[in-house]
Design a protein around this ligand. Structure first.
Ligand SMILES: [Zn+2]
Length: 280
């Protein structure tokens, strides 16, 4: 069966060569297909190594035999980009006032903007803020090519590829400390996901969160991860509270600054562990 692959130009900063990259399939393809959550680490609120790179393209000049070099950004390119952004923003503000017909403003958003990244704020300021870096990049890349580096900054030539699933702190093959963090937090992945669910439900009910806002996705993940950290690090604290036997789950949750459901999940996990140990 024929498959459609998305390809993009990739630049290897150590070898100074360009290669064409194909997107992955299966689990990773499914993750990348979600246009709001594709960029986040599976275990915390950080960006994956891969998306951190995709958000920061580099400009390269292709040379003979697949060789390439980075093109430096000059003052002139910056000022040209700023000028172009200013002109476009002025045009957009006129479009908003209806000068070019009823549809021009939304057409400009579709062409130059991104409603998710602009957080549905269609003001002139928001439009200007969004297009400014894009226009600088456009001037930078005008006579050259845009590419995405194949390695993380500062990683060794035999280092692992940027992970599409995990951030730098959680990529198990990145370093000893990231491997430890991966194994430590992997055990709490179900608590992490359950906490995210709870925070979303709570936020939807209170109308404080909206599913299309990428910042909300980041906030929910950060908050869930904070609670996971509270759950796993002060284990002795939780055990202290439990051994007293006088505090309710709600009181313990308040003391630790986490949700009651998280405390309940931690107690269940402990009970399960004890049972497994006594079965051995
Ligand atoms: Zn992470």
């Amino acid at each position: 069966m024929a498959k459609d692959y998305e390809t993009h130009l990739a630049f290897d900063p150590i070898l100074e060569r360009v290669v064409t990259k194909r997107e992955a399939t299966g689990r990773i393809e499914a993750k990348l297909a979600d246009n709001l959550t594709w960029c986040f680490c599976e275990l915390c609120g950080n960006l994956t190594e891969y998306s951190a790179i995709r958000f920061n393209p580099v400009v390269v000049k292709k040379l003979k035999n697949e060789n390439a070099k980075l093109v430096p950004l000059t003052e002139k390119m910056i000022s040209l980009g700023l000028e172009r952004a200013k002109k476009l923003a002025k045009h957009y503000s006129e479009a908003l006032s209806g000068k070019y017909g009823p549809h021009k403003a939304s057409q400009m958003i579709a062409r130059y903007g991104d409603l998710v990244e602009m957080r549905a704020d269609c003001s002139v300021e928001s439009f200007h803020e969004y297009i400014e870096p894009k226009m600088k990049l456009r001037e930078h890349a005008r006579p050259s090519d845009l590419a995405w580096t194949t390695r993380l900054a500062g990683s060794a030539s035999d280092g692992p590829k940027p992970s599409k699933l995990y951030c730098e702190k959680h990529h198990p093959s990145r370093s000893d400390s990231s491997r430890r963090a991966y194994h430590r937090d992997r055990r709490f992945i179900w608590e992490y996901r359950a906490l995210m669910e709870q925070i979303w439900t709570h936020g939807f009910n209170n109308l404080t969160l909206s599913g299309w806002d990428i910042e909300d996705h980041a906030d929910v993940r950060r908050e869930a991860y904070r609670q996971v950290k509270a759950l796993r690090s002060p284990t002795s604290m939780l055990d202290d509270f439990l051994s007293k036997g006088t505090m309710t789950q709600a009181e313990i949750a308040r003391q630790l600054g986490i949700s009651r459901q998280a405390v309940s999940a931690a107690i269940k996990r402990r009970a399960l562990k004890k049972r497994q140990e006594s079965d051995r």
